[in-house]
Ligand binder design. Structure first.
Ligand SMILES: [Zn+2]
Ligand SMILES: [Zn+2]
Length: 506
């Protein structure tokens, strides 16, 4: 008697279809033989399956049983597929055929209870596209479903329960039946996270508003204790509500990083410590890092001048490519890392340069250390440099304010600017002005005569590179979008230039 049971194998966030063929024959000495599996780790699983059958009141065939796993040599033990293997033996022994689109996945213990795999069942879009049928998995399993598909999920507790439903025709209970249609949702924003709740620092708030609207990387410079971290923390609250595709991407990135699966998401805010190692920041072949956890959110480097130069250097390519590629035993793996980079740093090693009330105490060596850490190549990746001068002083000057109302003007501006960009870039496959490709920059950022003249003057005065000019144009487009202006004006370009050349001092 022969039976084919379908299952799968999860390798580095890819699902690979696997087929278990069970052949039972009355001829030959009764024994179990496993083929198609690498190594000799299967004996333990087979012994355990026999015990589980007896503990579940099921008869294990006293015949010659061959278990063949296809594709050959893909898996090295039966641990995660003991349940499908057991079902194959039951079906073949009792002469019952499983449904052609039924899938089984999971391990089992000697008592016959189904054991969820430690990994989250990661159903990527490519695998689950157009898939219909039933998926039987152990209760307690977690699964991530990238795109909607027609699978019905059944979470079962034991082999005997599976036999009752699939052999004897019993009905699954409502608790066992799960809906796979994912409903990942955005967490409702709370009103406390808004720039309105921070007094003073108007220049920095303006710079951050532009940064968030167009996803331009921003570096806040200034003495310690001036409110840079507070502004960064409040920034996630300023993000407009994301799309459902963004929600799925955030959950996917978190699952890849080994975080528990949640159905509600909020804009990620990651703030790694200055002592972080390169492998923890950008990740390694087997495990992504903070950069991936920050996907579609903010990666905030507080006290950026204190991070190891090597660590900061490793970020450059990630910022450019918005993903991290590794080679894992000959197989390429790619982790998403499309974040808004926010940095905060003192203006010098002692942190007093630029302070209104005290003098910088840095010597020549301190200044050298500082300059070598803030490496120019990484600094180039920041489209906006802004000075944060001190909340304490400005707070006294600030009149009124301090509470965010439902008709918050800054949030409304950001929402509108983001909506304009989504519409503009629909056909380009991007979302923000910071991502405008070089071959589209002239058509998207058209300049009038006077505006072009101003930009030319800035180029010669500050010796700006082609890359810098491209970035300035992207930022000026966002400044115009915040105003709802179709054309980039002289004022928009002027504002974008001052952020590039560190000149927005009040
Ligand atoms: Zn100093
Ligand atoms: Zn507000």
């Amino acid at each position: 008697m022969y039976c084919k049971v379908r299952t799968f194998f999860i390798k580095d966030f890819k699902v690979i279809d696997v087929c278990v063929e069970v052949t039972i024959s009355s001829r030959g000495i009764p024994r179990v033989e496993v083929t198609g599996v690498k190594g000799r780790e299967s004996a333990k699983s087979i012994k355990m399956i026999r015990t589980a059958f007896s503990n579940s009141g099921l008869e294990f065939p006293n015949k010659k049983v061959n278990i063949n796993v296809l594709p050959e040599g893909l898996i090295s033990d039966l641990a995660d597929i003991e349940f499908p293997v057991s079902m194959g033996i039951l079906f073949a022994h009792l002469g019952v055929a499983p449904g052609t689109s039924d899938l089984f996945y999971g391990g089992m213990d000697a008592a016959g209870s189904l054991v969820p795999a430690t990994k989250i069942i990661f159903m990527d879009g490519a695998w689950s596209h157009g898939r219909i049928g039933r998926l039987f998995i152990p209760e307690g399993s977690h699964y991530f479903n990238e795109s909607k598909n027609g699978l019905n999920v059944y979470k079962l507790t034991s082999l005997s329960r599976a036999a009752e439903i699939l052999i004897k025709g019993g009905q699954p209970s409502t608790g066992e039946r799960q809906s796979l249609s994912h409903n990942y949702k955005w967490k409702a924003p709370d009103g406390k996270n808004c720039f309105c709740n921070v007094l003073g620092n108007e220049n920095a708030k303006r710079a951050l508003t532009i940064s968030i609207s167009g996803h331009h990387n921003i570096l806040m410079l200034g003495p310690s204790g001036t409110g840079k971290s507070l502004l960064a923390e409040k920034s996630t609250g300023m993000f407009p509500s994301g799309t459902s595709a963004d929600a799925v991407e955030i959950i996917k990135a978190a699952v890849m990083c080994g975080q528990p699966l949640e159905n509600t998401v909020k804009t990620p805010f990651r703030c790694p410590h200055i002592s972080i190692k390169e492998t923890d920041l950008i990740g390694g072949p087997r495990m992504p890092g903070e950069a991936t956890l920050a996907h579609k959110g903010i990666l905030f480097l507080d006290e950026m001048h204190l991070f190891a130069p090597k660590v900061l250097n490793s970020l450059k390519t990630v910022v450019d490519q918005k993903k991290i590629d590794f080679n894992c035993g000959g197989i390429p793996v790619s982790y998403p890392a499309d974040f808004l980079l926010m940095g905060a740093a003192n203006s010098c090693m002692c942190g007093l340069l630029g302070a209104e009330d005290r003098q910088c105490k840095c010597n020549g060596q301190d200044l050298n250390t500082y300059n070598s850490r803030m490496n120019p190549a990484l600094l180039e990746r920041f489209d906006i440099l802004t000075h944060v001068t001190g909340a304490a002083v400005e707070a006294v000057r600030a009149k009124g304010g301090g509470n965010c109302s439902s008709g918050c003007r800054i949030k409304e501006q950001i929402n509108n600017a983001v909506a304009v960009q989504r519409e503009r870039f629909k056909s380009l496959g991007i979302s923000y002005n910071s991502q405008i490709p070089t071959d589209h920059i002239n058509s998207i950022c058209t300049l009038g005569k006077n505006t072009a003249l101003l930009l030319e003057m800035a180029v010669s005065r500050y010796g700006l590179s082609t890359r810098a000019v491209h970035r300035i144009l992207c930022v000026s487009r966002t400044v115009a979008d915040l105003e709802g202006a179709p054309e980039i004006s002289v004022a928009h370009i002027a504002e974008a230039v001052q952020y590039r050349v560190k000149n927005d001092k009040p």
